[in-house]
Design a protein around this ligand. Structure first.
Ligand code: ZN
Length: 157
């Protein structure tokens, strides 16, 4: 996405910088040795994500993502992996709901709970971008449904 488009999306310079930073230098990019694997795509934009989640004792012990997507989906994936690390399933589901409400334009008092993901609130002004931003959260919800029973060894090494 061109920077001018980002400027249009986000009024605050800090928000733009946070989104650009996560898109250019995604946190938790890559895969894990073990975990639940969820592949999900967003056909309306062409975003593809593979999310790997290691759930131990009801908590996100580790998480990583790969794939390719637009600035918003990549930034959202990176922001999400940071904020959910170490959280319980219940806490994650609450954050996912909060995020979904935020990007669909609900006025919320507690979006700072979302960490850097709160900087995507401007997505609410662009309905066609909502699915880009919720893609990683939907993948994570699927991983939580799968749970520890479906943990796979993903690599031989
Ligand atoms: Zn997208």
């Amino acid at each position: 996405m061109a920077l001018s488009k980002l400027n249009e999306l986000y009024g605050s310079k800090y928000e733009q910088m946070a989104i650009r930073d996560h898109a250019d230098h995604p946190r938790h990019a890559g895969g894990l040795h073990t975990g639940c694997v969820v592949d999900l795509n967003n056909p309306t934009c062409g975003d593809v994500i593979r999310l790997t989640v290691d759930i131990e004792a009801d908590k996100i012990a580790d998480i990583a993502f790969s794939g390719h997507g637009c600035t918003i989906s990549t930034a959202s994936s990176s922001m999400m992996t940071e904020v959910v690390m170490g959280k319980t399933k219940k806490e994650v589901l609450k954050l996912a709901e909060l995020f979904s409400k935020m990007v669909t334009g609900e006025k919320l008092a507690d979006i700072d709970m979302l960490g850097d993901a709160q900087f995507l609130k401007g997505v609410a002004k662009f309905p066609q971008r909502v699915k880009c931003s919720t893609l990683p959260w939907n993948a994570l919800k699927k991983a939580l449904e799968m749970g520890e029973a479906e943990v796979k060894t993903l690599h031989d090494n």
